[in-house]
Write a protein that binds this ligand. Structure first.
Ligand code: ZN
Length: 462
């Protein structure tokens, strides 16, 4: 009782000193035209805050009490977009999934910063084409000038907005960061993009002041962690620093950069030494690990060395379970190992083990999802073609992330052999066991043993 009173007292005190009495509650609602899903899910970073079901009029409402001011994302699968929320906000959105980002409009308190962020996002998407085709081939001095003038133009727009409406310090900071890091990112990528687009053999010499903006870079600002331009910048920045560091300081020069294990361990060390904010650091470490493990296809002993370094540098990483499972998953599907005993559902609704399906002869497992119809059409077509060319193989399709009726309908309409189509029972488990990445990958097995778990439906069977 006393504790409660004390808390109440402190709370009243705190809200008095603030000057204005804002309700801590946030009301965030909207209407989705042509919904692609029944839900809207609100995220803060990688954490789900709340979800709301669309009503009969395709409207949703979030009533949130006491949330932190800052950047959130709302997800209406498969799309997602920013929403910036502050205590007391009463914000509405309207969008049409046919033109998701382009149609998105915010109204209500908080509309200014939210519409600004969306407009910025759309402008950046458009501008990207000019940067790639016109600006990257320019000499570094001209390129820098161009980036600065584009950046200043947008900063002036923000300044204008700030003079017209009352934007909080926080909201201004997000707006500014969204502008600045977009151009900082282009500059980090310049040496590589320039070389690629001009076919120059060596890296272009850069003027001394080329990276001057780096003194404004923050490595310790939690509020920016999930701002796309900031995170994209961080990835490019780490890549650039690692590449330059590796090619200048590490033994063997050029060769060493191509050594996946060395390069990625070097990158982990660099992240550890440069980045301060823990969650950002965790996310960047995860990014390196995913990239190395999924795309590197390195030797078993190299993977082990990498994981050892990862664990040494990244204590209590919020993604360590995911990385560990991925590592173990990859280890489990090396050649000659038994295919994992994970379950899928057949057309009659029975649960069947992958091991049982793979027990027969030369089996090839490929994957598809209703989310990507183009991929579905081409991969099933490819399976048909190859099975005619290579009758010794039996091709089995595994569907992921599709509801039962949609799956059955797609299999039927396409005229696929129902006895060779299965659906994931638990996608996460299946993915952890079979590492379903990239979507064109296939697993070749013989007598329930792995032949190649990282084969490709198009590159293989030539
Ligand atoms: Zn190195």
């Amino acid at each position: 009782m006393i504790k409660k009173l004390l808390f109440l007292f402190l709370f009243v005190l705190a809200s008095c000193s603030k000057g204005e009495r804002k309700s801590p509650n946030v009301f965030f609602a909207g209407e989705i035209v042509n919904p692609t899903n029944n839900y809207v899910v609100l995220h803060q970073g990688d954490v789900v805050i709340d979800s709301a079901k669309l009503d009969d009029n395709n409207r949703f409402i979030f009533r949130l009490d006491s949330i932190e001011d800052g950047l959130y994302h709302f997800n209406h699968a498969p799309e997602l977009q920013y929403v910036y929320l502050e205590k007391g906000d009463s914000l509405m959105l309207r969008l049409n999934t046919v033109d998701f980002d382009e149609s998105l409009i915010y109204t209500g308190s908080g509309e200014e910063i939210n519409n600004f962020l969306i407009d910025l996002f759309l402008a950046n998407e458009e501008e990207m084409f000019d940067v790639l085709s016109t600006y990257y081939p320019m000499e570094p001095g001209d390129f820098s000038k161009r980036m600065d003038s584009l950046r200043n133009l947008k900063l002036n727009n923000l300044k204008e907005l700030t003079s017209e409406v009352d934007l909080s310090q926080n909201a201004q900071e997000i707006g500014e960061a969204a502008i600045n890091y977009t151009y900082f990112n282009y500059k980090e990528r310049y040496p590589y993009e320039h070389r690629g687009r001009t076919s120059e053999l060596a890296m272009h010499e850069l003027p001394d002041n080329f990276y001057d903006y780096r003194k404004y870079v923050s490595y310790d600002n939690k509020r920016l962690n999930y701002l796309r331009p900031y995170y994209d910048f961080m990835k490019s920045h780490v890549e650039n620093l690692t590449f330059m560091g590796c090619s200048h300081d590490c033994a063997g020069k050029d060769e060493i950069v191509k050594n996946q294990l060395h390069y990625n361990k070097h990158k982990l060390k660099l992240i550890d030494s440069v980045v301060i904010e823990k969650e950002l650091k965790d996310n960047l470490f995860r990014n390196v690990a995913l990239y190395y493990l999924l795309k590197g296809h390195d030797k078993e002993e190299n993977n082990a060395q990498f994981i050892e370094e990862f664990k040494k540098l990244s204590h209590n990483n919020r993604h360590s379970e995911e990385i560990d499972n991925l590592y173990k998953g990859i280890l489990n599907i090396q050649p000659n190992k038994e295919i994992p005993d994970v379950f899928v559902i057949d057309n009659q609704g029975n649960s069947v083990s992958i091991k049982e399906i793979a027990g027969k002869k030369n089996m090839v497992f490929y994957f598809w999802s209703a989310d990507d119809k183009k991929h579905f059409n081409s991969i099933t077509q490819r399976a048909l073609e190859v099975s005619e060319k290579k009758p010794e193989y039996s091709f089995v399709g595994i569907n992921i992330m599709t509801d039962e009726s949609t799956w059955k309908e797609m299999v039927k309409n396409k005229g696929l052999d129902e006895s060779k189509q299965f659906r994931a029972k638990d996608f996460r488990k299946l993915h952890e066991a079979l590492i379903i990445y990239p979507m064109n990958k296939c697993i070749i097995a013989k007598d329930a043993k792995i032949v190649d778990a990282f084969s490709d439906m198009y590159a293989s069977f030539q």
